[in-house]
Design a protein around this ligand. Structure first.
Ligand code: SAJ
Length: 431
């Protein structure tokens, strides 16, 4: 029976390498669809948690995970040799930036080196990790063809960007169309069959390069538009115009406009990073991606701007930053999630500590023990604590916070997320 037939009748054995916020929902989706699915990760702690039915990804309920583990449809292991008996392999490992802001695809290469060891006829390999155009064709393909197997004949290789939006209640993994670009047309077709078998809509494109670039355009679009609206906020501040009112009114235009909102900076493991994968590759082709660089500069300057607003607020009280108790409300990188990666709150805390402020923070979604938060004291929002705070800054607008309590007990509040929309108070310093 051919690979496509095995996929179509859910007899294909599925592998997912990298069980993070992309890989775990994906492998669970395959298992739920009825495939025998194997999750592979180098972190034994993750494997143990999965095999005991305990999810560590908020978007994957433990009940759901336990169901597919108990039924035997999902097995997790650190042992890559299971790949020898699998028909398809999705690679969902991290693609961070190095300190030099160059792409770091070392996790992808490590995963592909393992895949190569067990690559066999009629196996489908799909990279999902966001990466620069050319990675699949110029880096992964050469590694795999060293086995002597021919792409498009003996094995299939494609790129399909992950489009998971952590915490998004409206769009789950199964609801989001998958762009698929193979090294050869039949690679595209076989890869599309896999997603179609989990009833995920697929969008075939002509190459892996195109598919890699699609994802980078999607996230560069966000980074550049967030940079634009942050610049508009800085402009409006100078002109004494309420940028939030401007955006709200502009958003009434039913076409040709999409609202973005100013904020304390750009966090997360996608938007601050992905555009630099594109500009890095463009530079190798002799092209300067100026919008990406400029957006990066503007978004990167927002934490400093927020600290200047905090200083302005303290100034109203005739207080300096140095020696003041400043409370950061919300430290994850965006509302209603627990992830602090690249969060602008971390920059604001660092900048305040550097200036001698005593920094407190409140965020019930973020777990204890993050060393990036070691310089700040975790507090609850009580009257006693709030009454001892000189200035509060709303950095992440979680829904689970009593912002009224903060405004009642703190003498000045810097609002970087417009949580006090329509609230009139001299205590509020707006972005
Ligand atoms: N942000 C703003 N203003 C905005 C929107 C976002 O300051 O108008 C900030 C956020 O606070 C955050 C950062 O930008 O710090 C990134 O926010 P995001 O809404 O782009 O959320 P992410 O980073 O979780 O992006 C993911 C992306 N998903 C994938 O890459 C698969 C992105 O493509 C999604 O469009 C995005 O979620 C989404 O729409 O929520």
């Amino acid at each position: 029976m051919s690979l496509v037939e095995r996929i179509r009748n859910h007899e294909a054995r599925i592998g997912v390498i990298g069980l993070g916020y992309v890989g775990l929902p994906l492998v669970v989706e395959f298992a739920r669809t009825g495939f025998d699915a194997f999750g592979i990760d180098v972190a034994k702690a993750k494997i143990d948690q999965i095999n005991s039915g305990k999810s560590y990804i908020p978007d994957v309920p433990s009940e759901l995970l336990a169901e597919v583990v108990t039924s035997g449809k999902l097995r997790a292991t650190t042992d890559f040799s299971v790949l020898a008996n699998l028909d398809t392999v999705n690679i969902c490992v991290p693609t961070p930036l190095r300190k030099t802001r160059d792409p770091d695809i070392s996790y992808v290469v490590s995963a592909v080196e393992e895949v190569k060891k067990y690559l066999h006829r009629d196996q489908l390999i799909i990279l999902e990790s966001t990466t620069y155009p050319g990675t699949t064709e110029e880096v992964i393909l050469p590694i795999l063809v060293e086995t002597g197997l021919k792409v498009g004949e003996d094995f299939y290789l494609a790129f399909s960007p992950e489009r998971v939006d952590p915490g998004n209640k409206e769009y789950k993994t199964g609801d989001i169309p998958k762009v698929v670009g193979g090294i050869t047309p039949n690679c595209t077709e076989v890869a599309s069959e896999l997603y179609r078998a989990t009833s995920i809509e697929t969008v075939a494109v002509s190459s892996a390069n195109v598919a890699e670039t699609v994802k980078l355009l999607e996230n560069t679009f966000r980074s550049v538009n967030i940079g634009l609206v942050n610049e508009i906020a800085l402009m409006c501040n100078k002109m004494g115009i309420d940028v939030w009112e401007v955006i709200e009114a502009a958003a009434t235009k039913p076409f040709g406009f999409m609202p973005f909102y100013p904020g304390p900076g750009l966090g997360g493991h996608c938007i601050p990073i992905d555009p630099f994968y594109l500009s890095w590759k463009a530079k190798l082709s002799g092209f300067e991606a100026r919008f990406i660089e400029l957006a990066g500069q503007i978004n990167g300057s927002m934490p400093e701007y927020v600290v200047s607003k905090i200083a302005d607020g303290l100034n109203r009280l005739k207080k300096s930053v140095n020696g003041s108790r400043v409370l950061i409300v919300g430290v994850s990188y965006k509302a209603d999630i627990d992830d602090i990666r690249e969060s602008p709150a971390l920059d604001v805390i660092r900048l305040l500590s550097y200036r001698g402020a005593e920094v407190l923070y409140h965020d019930r979604l973020v777990r204890d023990g993050h060393e990036e938060l070691a310089g700040a004291e975790r507090v609850s929002l009580t009257k006693e604590i709030l009454s001892g705070v000189d200035c509060a800054a709303i950095i992440t607008n979680h829904s689970n916070v009593e912002y009224g309590l903060v405004l009642e007990h703190v003498p000045v509040v810097v609002d970087t997320r417009n949580v006090y929309k329509n609230v009139k108070s001299d205590k509020i310093v707006r972005l």
